[in-house]
Design a protein around this ligand. Sequence first.
Ligand SMILES: [Zn+2]
Length: 343
Amino acid sequence: MATPSLVLKVDVDTLRGTLEGVPRLVELFQRHRTDATFLFSLGPDHTGRAIRRVFRRGFLGKVKRTSILEHYGLKTLLYGTLLPGPDIGRRAGDAMRRVRAAGFETGIHCWDHVYWQDHVAGADREWTVREMRKAAERYADIFGAAATVHGAAGWQMNTHALWLTAELGFTCCADARGAHPFLPVVSGETIRCPQFPTTLPTLDELIGLDGITADNVADRLLALTATPPMTGHVFTLHAELEGMKFLPVLDRLLAGWRDQGYRLGALRTLVSEMALDTLPRHQVGYGTVPGRTGTLLIQGSAVDQAKSGINSPLDPQRWPGPGYDRSAATSPRPSAPDSPGSY
Ligand SMILES: [Zn+2]
């Protein structure tokens, strides 16, 4: 059996994460001699708006509220509220280019994280095209080349966005949660842009559940990866968390995964190992994952070629196959996640 891969996908949500978290991650990955995929938020940083909501709704306990301040910093919490949201691409283009110059894979996370998360689920094609185009154009401005990778903010997508992954010419996308790479099927039609779903829980999903703390979260994740799947893993980390306070946790994880026999790498590592035309075709829908508020895009059941076309998988009234938390399917549209750590 070939060595299983473990892909390191870095979601970068904020200006602070881009300027401070990303360089630390670059340094750590270089020390561990691994490639990784950095996905950037390219437009305004309105993080404060999302966080204000979280505080108001009172969903989070005191400990979590305190740690939000610690992870994001006071200034970030005010962007889009008391302070204007800074334009991340304008302010941090150099920092982004340095990542690519250092040899890492780069791609698009979003234009405006908060706006995307709040609106994409119910948005029409025009809205979706506009937001994805803004991100694609800014990416091309910064890097002088078109983006080849897309990984949606907060795993929030709609059918228009899924079609656009192919129309905008991405080589691969990481927009969903799931078990293994697949080609998404929407309304019976296959979208010819492969999805490489995040297969493992994120640190912020695990911490706080089931007695898991920052001190033992690495052990818990390593227990989950002890038996490598043939199709490998995709782990999503955040510049604002693993690039800052949880850097030592990530350091332990990288060493642990090497010891378990994984080849660490970027999405392009995994893409190069797969015959994309032979990937299984799967429906997609909205579902929930433990430790995270709200619904997100989830890999659904495999589509039998002969039966395709019967389901409209993103229509919650006709939810695809088993394996989901169906309670999420009763809402008319998915709800945006509440935790800023959910980015
Ligand atoms: Zn994000």
